[in-house]
Unconditional design. Structure first.
Length: 68
């Protein structure tokens, strides 16, 4: 579920072939030319999931912060 994301892609390589996908919590690598259109952002064909590595790091969401 994307409602809570304790394991989510947080850092990506700055490559023009990598774009956020759908709800912007996911990323995909475009294996075919990308045309910056809504249709290209939504399609799954010609894309693949990113290869990821799980690391032990704590990243705090701004919504988890406590008031000072």
């Amino acid at each position: 579920s994307h409602a809570f994301y304790s394991r989510e892609i947080r850092v990506i390589r700055n490559l023009p072939e990598i774009h956020s996908w759908k709800d912007a919590q996911s990323f995909r690598y475009h294996t075919q030319p990308f045309h910056y259109s809504f249709e290209d952002y939504q399609k799954k064909e010609g894309t693949r999931k990113l290869n990821v590595a799980q690391v032990k790091a704590e990243i705090y969401h701004y919504g988890w912060g406590r008031p000072p």
